[in-house]
Design a binder for this molecule. Sequence first.
Ligand code: ATP
Length: 425
Amino acid sequence: VTGFHSAPRAALIAIGTELLADGRHDTNGVTLARILASIGIETVSRMMVVDDEQEIAVALEEASERVALVIATGGLGPTVDDVTREGASRAFHLELHPDERILAALRQRYAALGRTFSDLSARQALVPRGAEILSNAVGTAPGLLLARPHGRLVALLPGVPHEMESMMRDQLVARLTAAWPERPLLSRGIKVAGLTEVEVQTRLGDLLDPLLDQGGGPRRGSVTLLAAPGEVSVMFRGKDEQHLDEIHRQARVRIGDDIFTDDMEAALEAVVGQLLVSRGLTTAVAESCTGGMLAALLTRTPGSSRWFRQGWVTYSDESKISELGVDPELIRRHGAVSAQVADAMAKAARRRSGTDFGLSITGIAGPDGGTREKPVGIVYLSLADSGGSLATRHRFAGDREAIRLIACKTALERLRRRVLSVTPR
Ligand code: ATP
């Protein structure tokens, strides 16, 4: 296997002032990166540039010195603000000349649409010397492909997403696979709950070496660790399927049960729901500081009525007493944010709804309300089942929303752990 870096790498440039000024999303970049991965080309950078000839020239020139493939989209239209052609001409010192075939095709298209063909429209027929023309089957602006020294390529595609995509798929992909016959870039992933990013990396240890620059030896792929509140995703990418599968298998051995799924699209709450269904179990929840977020998560997945029965949002002390029957004495003695009250809430939710489990959350999400003994971020969770209940104390970091979400994810992870220990029916 050759080193990962010998494979071509791509840089994508999205051209258009509206992308920067108006916050329009560069969806072209996402589409292109996905298509490139399927033909084995890794995208290493994406940038946005305003409709400015000099800025476009600098971006194109800089990118084409760095990587083998540059794809720019946008700015190929007929109006004065479309200056991608001029930018490319300036970057690579290629003068622009009108292409007769494009002119003829444009005239024909304008005639067919009953539109007048003007000098402005003719701008779309300007081509940097030596460029290959990519015809536009679904729009007017043709694309352009420039061959650069050392087999490098620079492609200019229209900005309109469906025009860009059809040109990419119908014409450019064949050119790229001819230039670089690569295996597709494959990915494998795991999602982990209850561990921090650093803990996940520590557990993976030297397994990551072949995927890192510092690993020594040729790099055989890449790895990304991504933390979200309460969970960490790890994505392995590479071209050698066997090697990737082996890393994936080893990762599962090293991290074990803390992995809740291999499916990067699957949410923890959906995994918990499926586990409950597979064992014919149900749950109810009682929440304070999360205000219904846990119930919302548990009911986000279609089919949730099979595992979720009921939830209580008992935000005030009075509601904990009147709706869940929590003993006022417990609240007086230990406070509403306590292991004792969390236990009472979880047990009451289970008993009153007749479910297998009762899950509760009570805590201080902040920014106010913390004390020295119970600072902001203190959360008690309890899980009740037929054997009783067990409360745990946590200290979560972050702002109010983060604390609430981590509390819910941690509660879900506790439930998942408990359900895993129940033999499937
Ligand atoms: P046209 O011939 O239609 O003028 P063009 O190449 O000049 O094509 P632009 O004028 O830059 O393309 O953009 C046309 C449309 O495509 C606009 O609505 C723009 O917002 C959208 N667009 C441009 N670039 C992107 C991008 N990177 N991602 C998503 N949409 C884009």
